[in-house]
Ligand binder design. Structure first.
Ligand SMILES: [Cu+2]
Length: 483
């Protein structure tokens, strides 16, 4: 019997429902029957999803490999020997069938970040499946009906801070297109194989040895620095000295899909000599808005379109507060590429805040008062490295209880001195009354994010900070559907 079958009853935070007013969760112990990943309800909901009936077979072998980062050679953990892993690309409604073979010396799984999929395929062990042991394999099979730019990665320990990640693009048949190129840009901060493993980073952070010396301000004195100083920052697995080059012709239009797969780094991204038209965040369309630069937190995605000029342009990702960059090149003409150290003026130009992002009509949640509201205070600090939610570290027996078809409000208050990118599995929320649909939201110190979601995907779902080290030390909880 799997561990999840035995956990039919759990302790849970008591939620006060019904009024739509702000009602605090009272910590308490109640016993509630839950809709588990093994529940027949999961298959019933899957049967309701629209599918094309087309199935795509993929195979991922999680394995150690030596990887060339464009100069630095590192031994790390990968999918099939490459960083990033190979991109998955399907059409909305297609079935993804993916076999994960684990040849790592540790348990692993695949989490499908951004996809509102069936709960038993979410890859969050031990909540939604048993971990896949070394030498074992697991078959994921689900309808991918969430169009957009998504990605996959493990949900075990610090594995994400190795090379285990890959883009998952779910094309939208309703997308108007209008671009000549479709490029995926995966950002990462890199330390594994350079003399320190992510597990050793975690140990040092727990000993209070972390902390960035130079946090640098952004937008009103807030800080978006991190806890870890990395030797390298990568775009598509390459250091700036050996950048990936995207080629096109002048005046062509390119769609660029940015994915931040880093563990502890927000990036400020820009394309030199261009403005970017932001069309989607976390896979969901927004009213197109132009900007010079934008900040992307760990786990977030942005799609932009650009009309390309004539020349060779730096596609730059400045590691916020860390004084380093990742780089790719966009080339539409012959010539000499810019130096690896280039900092285009756009990085200091107009910066896109969340409140300039509004969802297009068909992705906006219909206005509705919340049936249930949960407060998540983000707590803890650098010195004690005791990140948590509501003052407590992650507890597998805790639940934020909801029911199917409820409108749920999560009020996320950052009571720490650090910023946190909060991520929810299996759902997207609307930020505030009129904000974008997202699954990952940056919450700055002292700030509150109000996240409304439709409880339409029953099961047990992780909510956690997408800083790998904050997640691993306890900034996580579970949204649990009651039966
Ligand atoms: Cu965090």
């Amino acid at each position: 019997m799997s561990t999840i079958d035995r956990r039919t009853f759990v302790r849970a935070g008591l939620a006060l429902a019904g009024t739509g007013l702000l009602t605090a969760c009272t910590p308490g112990e109640i016993r509630a029957p839950l809709i588990l990943p093994t529940s027949p309800r999961i298959g019933e909901v899957e049967a309701r999803r629209r599918t094309t009936g087309r199935t795509h077979d993929f195979r991922f072998t999680a394995q150690a490999a030596q990887v060339d980062l464009g100069g630095p050679q590192v031994t790390t953990w990968t999918y099939d020997g490459s960083v990033p892993g190979k991109e998955i690309r399907v059409r909305a409604g297609d079935v993804i069938q993916a076999e994960l073979a684990n040849r790592l010396p540790a348990d692993t799984t695949i989490h499908w970040h951004g996809l509102a999929l069936r709960n038993d395929m979410d890859g969050a062990p031990p909540l939604t499946q048993d971990p896949v042991a070394p030498g074992d394999s697991f078959s994921y099979r689900f309808i991918a009906d969430t169009p957009g730019t998504h990605w996959l990665h493990p949900h075990s320990g610090t594995q994400l801070d190795r090379g285990l990640y890959a883009p998952v693009i779910v094309e939208d048949p309703a997308d108007p297109g209008g671009y000549d190129h479709d490029w995926t840009v995966v950002l990462d901060d890199w330390i594994d194989g350079t003399g320190t493993t992510p597990d050793e980073v975690l140990t040092r952070l727990r000993q209070g040895a972390g902390g960035m010396g130079s946090r640098h301000g952004m937008g009103g004195g807030t800080t978006l620095g991190g806890d870890v100083r990395y030797p390298y920052y990568l775009i598509n697995g390459r250091v700036p000295a050996a950048p990936v080059t995207f080629t096109a012709r002048p005046r062509q239009r390119a769609r660029i899909r940015f994915i931040n797969a880093a563990s502890d780094t927000a990036f400020r991204i820009a394309l030199g000599s261009h403005r970017m038209r932001v069309t989607h965040t976390d896979g969901f369309a927004v009213r197109p808005v132009d900007t010079d630069t934008l900040v992307i937190g760990m786990g977030e995605r942005y799609d932009v379109t650009v009309t390309l000029g004539d020349g060779i342009f730096p596609l730059i990702a400045l590691a916020e507060g860390k004084g380093a960059t990742a780089l790719a090149l966009v080339r539409t003409a012959v010539g000499t590429p810019p130096p690896a150290s280039i900092l285009p003026a756009e990085l200091d130009g107009e910066l896109l805040p969340y409140d300039r992002l509004t969802p297009v009509e068909h992705v906006r949640l219909p206005a509705k008062a919340p049936d249930v509201e949960h407060r998540l205070d983000l707590t803890g600090g650098m010195m004690s490295y005791d990140w948590g939610i509501n003052g407590l570290p992650f507890d597998h027996a805790q639940r934020l209880l909801i029911r199917e078809d409820q409108r749920v409000r999560l009020t996320i208050r950052n009571r720490t001195m650090m910023w946190h990118p909060l991520h929810i599995h299996g759902h997207t929320f609307q930020l505030g009354d009129t904000g974008p649909r997202k699954d990952t939201v940056i919450v700055l110190p002292g700030r509150i994010a109000t996240c409304d979601l439709a409880a339409d995907n029953p099961g047990q779902w992780m909510i956690h900070c997408h800083n790998t080290y904050h997640h691993e030390t306890g900034m996580a909880t579970i949204l649990g559907y009651e039966a």
